[in-house]
Design a protein around this ligand. Structure first.
Ligand code: ARG
Length: 459
């Protein structure tokens, strides 16, 4: 018989029974649900809403249920609809009378709100720790490649010289923002909706500060209607995770390009690559491709949740039951991607000679050539035009700027001298860019220190 059978004259249709039930996916909230119920029962006892011994009976009963669920000895039923009613039914079956008092001054609406918040609150630090591990990998790669010159790109065209270290620290800064976004989300969600009841609290003298503190929340939420209607924290989390997956997908894309024979900037470790069932020569970057692909799942979850919540009137609506699979899938996906991605980056081999080969072509020192003339007194616009002509000449003759003769240079501008070759050397070009944030060794060392301090402060 249903908990709410009193008002009804018919059994629920079996189709509706299945359709309505969320136990197949919200069973994973059993720990949070029990923690919430323990806090609620203790508070009811403390505030004299139920007898102290009843509260104790409830708490003890819930503890045995938790242990038994963990041991795989509790069978959840579809008829009990969701994790909340399954646990309540199990409790009453075990402890009788006292169990029936647990739901005093409570609704599944504040119950599910507190369970989901607790779940998200526990997962965010796990994700942050995984991102920090990735940061540590990036720092190691950067330290080992401070002088590994490679082309930087705009429009996927070789643009200006940089280093692999500078590149790694670009991603490190992106992931740093992801961490602060997650922290920000954590900070804002740290309020407890328990006690909001269905939407309008209750007439019992419940102490919401007591339950909030018992569950480790900073404070109770300030408005009971908002408490049961709000899924912003989940949307914020999924937004932050989507942005992070976007970063991972960009990084994945670069790694996929870099390990192609067209680039050959890196080699993935055999343990982090896969082969082909037909082409014997293949070594494929499946890990990076899957991370790139799974980005779509996380975006999908965000869009699911935003769309579920769109236009929902206050307060609780059953639509909101659709939030959980999106939240779980996004969290699972991210927690799956981060460690394998970090390990793949950690074990990849950098190929400085191939990067140098690519850096030598594509005129990535053309800006430096113009800057050379500027330092000799020419306005930048004129210098830019002159170097454009030199590049044009090189393309005709098959030269690069540094293989032109001094005579070639001087034919276009008398300002060129023998020191131009030194100015065009890629090492000079990189290490000349000592500007804060730039690719010069000392600038990147500063960037590394900042990321190290950021990670250190959170370890
Ligand atoms: N299973 C429901 C959910 O996930 C719990 C809340 C149900 N509340 C209600 N009034 N039917 O959203």
């Amino acid at each position: 018989m249903k908990l709410w059978a009193g008002r009804f004259q018919k059994e629920t249709d079996t189709l509706v029974n299945d359709f309505n039930s969320s136990i197949s996916f919200d069973a994973r909230l059993y720990q949070q649900d029990i923690a919430g119920s323990v806090a609620h029962a203790r508070m009811l006892g403390k505030c004299g809403i139920i007898e102290a011994h009843e509260a104790e009976t409830i708490v003890n009963g819930l503890k045995t249920i938790l242990a038994d669920i963990e041991a795989g000895q509790v069978q959840f039923s579809l008829d009990n609809e969701d994790i909340h009613m399954n646990i309540e039914a199990e409790l009453t079956q075990r402890v009788g009378e006292a169990g029936k008092r647990l739901h005093t001054a409570r609704s599944r609406n504040d119950q599910v709100a507190v369970d989901t918040r607790l779940y998200v609150k526990e997962e965010i630090p796990t994700i942050i720790a995984q991102v920090l591990s990735l940061e540590e990998v990036l720092v190691q790669k950067a330290k080992a490649n401070l002088d590994t010159v490679m082309p930087g790109y705009t429009h996927m065209q070789r643009a200006q010289p940089t280093t692999f270290a500078h590149y790694m620290m670009a991603y490190a800064n992106m992931f740093k923002r992801d961490v602060t976004r997650l922290e920000d989300c954590l900070e804002r969600l740290d309020e407890c909706p328990l006690g909001a009841g269905a939407l309008a609290t209750s007439t019992y003298p419940v102490d919401r500060f007591e339950t909030a503190a018992a569950l480790g929340f900073k404070q109770p939420t300030d408005n009971s209607m908002d408490s049961v209607s709000d899924r912003d924290y989940a949307i914020e989390l999924l937004s932050a995770l989507s942005i992070m997956m976007m970063h991972l997908s960009r990084f994945s894309e670069e790694i996929i390009l870099w390990c192609s024979w067209e680039f050959k900037y890196v080699d993935l470790d055999d343990a982090y690559s896969t082969g082909s069932s037909i082409m014997p020569q293949k070594k494929n970057p499946d890990v990076a491709e899957l991370v790139r692909g799974k980005t779509g799942r996380v975006y999908g979850s965000l869009i699911t949740l935003l769309t579920v919540m769109k236009s929902l009137p206050l307060a609780y609506n059953k639509d909101m039951q659709e939030d959980k699979e999106a939240i779980f899938d996004a969290i699972d996906t991210v927690e799956l991607c981060l460690p394998v991605f970090a390990a793949m980056v950690d074990t990849l081999t950098v190929r400085p000679r191939d990067m140098a080969r690519a850096a030598a072509g594509g005129f990535i020192n053309a800006t430096d050539c113009a800057d050379y003339l500027v330092k000799k007194g020419l306005p930048f616009r004129e210098a830019y035009m002159i170097v454009g002509r030199l590049v044009n000449l090189c393309i005709k003759t098959g030269d690069t700027l540094d293989t032109l003769t001094l005579r070639d240079f001087r034919a276009i501008s008398g300002l060129f001298d023998t020191d131009v070759y030194q100015a065009l050397a890629l090492k000079t070009c990189v290490n000349g860019r000592k500007v804060y944030g730039g690719p010069a060794r000392e600038s990147v060392e500063k960037q590394i220190t900042l990321i190290e301090e950021f990670v250190e402060a959170r370890r």
